[in-house]
Ligand binder design. Structure first.
Ligand code: ATP
Ligand code: MG
Length: 569
């Protein structure tokens, strides 16, 4: 069975017509109209390689790469690698894998803020010479104290009015490694009484004798985010520097630096970050989940990381669709995780082949079926897409059906199998339950049935109807499998994510063993996605081997989101 290929962000025809629109589109369109940046659109996605990407980053990736695609522009991938204490090659590798998997391509534009350390240093010297930056010997605590608060003005450091010559000499010593970590910092000289705390002489450089993954021990001063970010944008000719709302108060500083330096000025535009119900999207908290062993790793299928949802079976096209649907706004809000699951179902409904798998097997013996006969039943791979063709599914005397599809003493609305009742086995025959076998505890362990040979394919020539169609597998042919069912990692829709012991859902993972799936799944590869009829969507987990098949339930079939939408109508 072939894997669904889905790595190109082309849209379904019906979506082509409705181009996304947002306040960011409006800004860009206005800029193009007025000829700003010669009509160019250049964006970037700037992750810090200090963790794995999550679904919130996907929003930013789809936005930045998406805008570039829409306006014939370009989007760079730039690692904001200015903190060697927290950054690792493992994170860099996972981030490039994840952006590609989402379907986006930075071509030859993979950059690192560390590529610009030399230029940033020269620009810092330029600011010192212009009397716009100084070396400060206050301690970190003192700097915080002197900064003041939202209601109190800050105080000037006693070192603020050092001469240009002294500042240049000290900064040179900082760079040359002659000073200790924390001994002094370079600060911008702006305004200690500004109502915006970011403008109260922000720190530009700190001393850190640390090995950097890319620059090694070349540098022992490292630029702060605010100093590195805008200047990196400027160097790359970024036109629209899109970031999340918490940087709104940093925008005056962003603009101040490029103005003082007289360099290309990108426009910073802020949008609301993605929050999802039952989910935490903070790297700090996600790192705790991994490091403290609450999950099996960054790619645990319950994690909101790109690697987690990939392993869970979410198709990249579904994530792009989700990001289009949530759009971008300037007000913070929380998106219902059911919308994400709805997008996943919609995509899988179109692309995942149907198969039969029984999660909780109950043995069925068809008493009037010949002992050694095996019939190959014709089964449709996907009713949504005739091009996906058909396959043969073996049928024989002993089968498994889902335990919950039988009740000995059925209540009124239970239409499935019961003693004396006839149902359809999908693609096969009508069967009637004639006897129920129990063990010594009274538990049902086997059903005896008869079949009607006239109903092959699932229809009765006499027009007789049944009320239920059950999925099944042939016991002799079925493959045994482990199936992992997932639920939300956090119980509360709006978890704080700090008290993990109490906030985590103790039932977020349920492992079923001795499940049975149809034999066509023998050649499924890692990551292949299927619909198990009547159950949900499943994919082959990375732990799966030919001897020990393992499936993840990506999403159950039941679509609560669609129901919510319907009720809202
Ligand atoms: P950190 O606290 O480590 O900075 P971060 O989540 O901001 O964490 P970055 O690597 O700096 O991580 O993020 C890269 C880009 O992704 C940034 O532009 C950031 O604004 C954006 N981003 C991060 N989280 C979200 C989110 N939940 N929704 C939308 N965009 C996000
Ligand atoms: Mg960040």
């Amino acid at each position: 069975m072939s894997k669904t290929t889905d790595n190109t962000p082309d849209k379904a025809p019906d979506e082509e017509a409705s181009r996304p629109s947002s306040f960011i589109h409006d800004i860009i369109e206005e800029d193009r109209r007025t000829g700003k940046n010669d009509g160019r659109v250049q964006t970037r996605f700037p992750p810090e390689p200090n963790g794995y990407l999550h679904i919130g980053h996907a929003k930013s990736i789809c936005l930045n790469f998406g805008l570039a695609l829409e306006y014939g522009g370009k989007c760079n991938l730039r690692f904001d690698d200015t903190n060697p204490l927290k950054e690792e090659q493992e994170y860099i590798d996972s981030i490039t894998t994840d952006v590609h998997w989402l379907g986006f391509d930075w071509e030859d534009r993979l950059f690192y803020a560390s590529d610009y350390f030399g230029q940033l240093y020269e620009w810092a010297v330029q600011l010192i010479k212009a009397g716009k930056a100084y070396v400060d010997h206050l301690t970190a605590d003192e700097i915080r104290e002197y900064r003041g608060t939202l209601t109190e003005p800050g105080k000037e450091s006693p070192y603020r009015n050092r001469s240009v010559e002294e500042n240049l000499a000290l900064f040179e010593q900082m760079k040359n490694g002659e000073l200790e970590d924390g001994e002094c910092v370079l600060r911008a000289k702006i305004d200690m009484v500004s109502p915006n705390l970011n403008m109260r002489d922000p720190v530009m450089y700190r001393i850190l004798h640390a090995e950097h993954p890319r620059t090694g021990d070349k540098w022992c001063i490292y630029p702060m985010y605010d100093w590195a970010h805008g200047q990196s944008d400027s160097i790359e000719g970024i036109t629209h520097s899109i970031c999340t709302l918490e940087f709104e108060d940093h925008r005056p500083l962003y603009d101040w630096f490029v103005e003082q330096l007289g360099i290309h000025a990108p426009q910073q535009i802020e949008f609301a970050r993605l929050n999802l119900t039952h989910t935490v999207l903070s790297k700090r908290r996600l790192i705790r989940l991994v490091k403290e062993g609450y999950v099996s790793g960054w790619d645990d299928p319950r994690m909101p990381t790109i690697s987690g949802i990939r392993r869970r079976g979410y198709p990249p096209a579904a994530i792009r669709d989700f990001c289009d649907r949530i759009g971008v706004a300037r007000a913070n809000s929380t998106v219902d995780i059911q919308l994400l699951e709805h997008c996943v179902r919609q995509d899988l409904n179109l692309h995942a082949p149907r198969v039969m798998g029984v999660l909780d097997p109950l043995r069925v013996v068809i008493e009037n079926y010949p002992d050694d006969l095996v019939e190959e039943m014709d089964a449709i791979n996907n009713p949504e897409d005739p091009e996906m063709g058909a396959r043969k599914v073996p049928f024989s005397k002993v089968l498994y059906i889902e335990r919950e599809d039988f009740m000995e003493d059925p209540p009124k609305k239970f239409y499935r199998l019961a003693p004396g009742r006839e149902v359809r086995l999908r693609y096969a025959y009508f069967i009637t339950c004639t006897d129920v076998i129990k063990d010594e505890n009274g538990e049902v362990i086997e059903l005896r049935c008869t079949y009607d040979p006239e109903t092959r394919g699932g229809d009765a020539p006499d027009g007789r109807r049944v009320k239920a169609t059950l999925h099944w597998v042939s016991a002799r042919h079925a493959l045994e499998a482990e199936v992992r069912l997932y639920d939300h990692l956090f119980i509360d829709p709006f978890p704080a994510g700090d008290d993990l012991e109490n906030e985590l859902n103790p039932d977020s993972l349920e492992v079923l063993t001795h499940c049975y799936v149809e034999p066509s799944l023998a050649d499924a590869n890692h990551g292949d996605r299927f619909q198990f009829e009547r159950q949900g969507y499943f994919n082959v987990d990375l732990d799966s081997t030919p001897e020990n098949l393992v499936f993840n339930r990506t999403v159950p079939l039941r679509d609560t989101w669609a129901k919510i939408q319907q009720q809202a109508k």
